[in-house]
Design a protein around this ligand. Structure first.
Ligand code: SF4
Ligand code: SF4
Ligand code: FES
Length: 301
């Protein structure tokens, strides 16, 4: 079918909104390559209508490029596997309707720029899991006398927002602190993990104090609250407002509250690396992973 075909009300593909540009064919401009380099390749394919970007990428894989690498699992916006940049914006391919894009122009699909490329649209997300291993897990205190744990509904709702995370890492990909600054990665956890840390720190049953870790090792101070991460989150988590800013406030309270400062002076406790931080860093040290425990460096731009 020619891409010049005229679309009328009678032959407009199902799902395409009236008045939208809905050509008979679409051009998908996919990045092909690997860690050694690559470039964009155009694929012209029939516009069936009613599809999401991942459907079209799969049809290209089935009909024109059987060696195309693309990662996906659920096709329902819940596994976080199909993250990519669609026309330069980090998105889930399975949740991006073709009808929301301008189909008269090539649609660019590229791998997430913040991660090293493995092949084509598949990137290496191991950095994010290495950060996850640095965060001490939920550590509840003893149960109540009747053997239960209790917490207020308002506390359940507060942390529930952060538990919606599907680990798509779109927020990590868009964050300028690490997107263009590889050198910041050892000293900056990134927005997904600030949401995880907020979930733990705000949990009323958790007994650990991670504020030193958050400030000194995971670099919350590098975030300048641009909110780019919140804008791309497919789960609508208010990462900046509800996680990062409260974490910054907690860190400041711990460090600069004069009463807390006086208490430390009286008790002569200088603020050493807590034992749980040392324990959390130990697995990374065993695998040879380079993790800085120095104060976080500042991005240069
Ligand atoms: S608000 Fe902070 S964490 Fe989120 S994208 Fe901006 S700098 Fe990164
Ligand atoms: S916080 Fe949102 S954007 Fe970030 S990994 Fe979780 S679901 Fe994805
Ligand atoms: S395939 Fe699971 S989120 Fe897209």
């Amino acid at each position: 079918m020619s891409s010049e075909a005229t679309v009328t009300a009678a032959n407009r593909p199902a799902g395409a909104p009236a008045g939208s540009s809905s050509p008979a064919d679409v051009t998908m401009r996919l990045w092909r390559g690997d860690a050694s380099g690559g470039g964009f390749v155009d694929y012209t394919i029939e516009n069936l209508g009613g599809e999401v970007v991942l459907d079209v990428v799969h049809r290209i894989q089935a009909e024109q490029a059987p060696d195309l690498a693309v990662r996906w699992n659920c096709k329902a916006g819940k596994c976080g596997s199909c993250s990519a940049e669609v026309n330069g914006k980090p998105r889930l391919m399975c949740m991006t309707r073709m009808s929301t894009l301008e189909l008269s122009e090539p649609i660019t699909i590229s791998p997430m720029r913040g991660n090293p490329v493995i092949r084509d649209l598949v990137t290496d997300v191991s950095f994010h899991f290495a950060v996850a291993r640095r965060i001490p897990a939920f550590h509840p205190g003893p149960r109540e006398a009747d053997g239960t744990y209790r917490m207020a509904q308002v506390d359940v709702e507060r942390v529930q927002e952060f538990r919606k995370c599907i680990e798509c890492f779109l927020c990590q990909n868009v964050c300028h602190v690490i997107r263009d600054h590889e050198e910041n990665k050892p000293a900056f956890a990134g927005p997904r993990f600030f949401a995880r840390l907020a979930e733990l720190e705000m949990h009323p049953l958790d007994t650990l104090d991670r504020r030193e870790l958050i400030s000194r090792d995971l670099g919350v101070g590098l975030c300048n609250i641009t909110k780019c991460c919140s804008e791309v989150c497919p789960e609508g988590i208010h990462i900046t407002d509800n996680a990062i800013i409260p974490l910054k406030e907690r860190v400041v309270d711990a460090r600069y509250d004069p009463i807390a400062w006086l208490g430390r002076k009286i008790r002569r406790r200088p603020s050493p690396t807590p034992a749980y931080v040392t324990a959390a860093l130990a697995p990374a040290a065993a695998t040879g992973e380079v993790i800085s425990t120095e104060p976080a460096p500042r991005a240069t731009s």
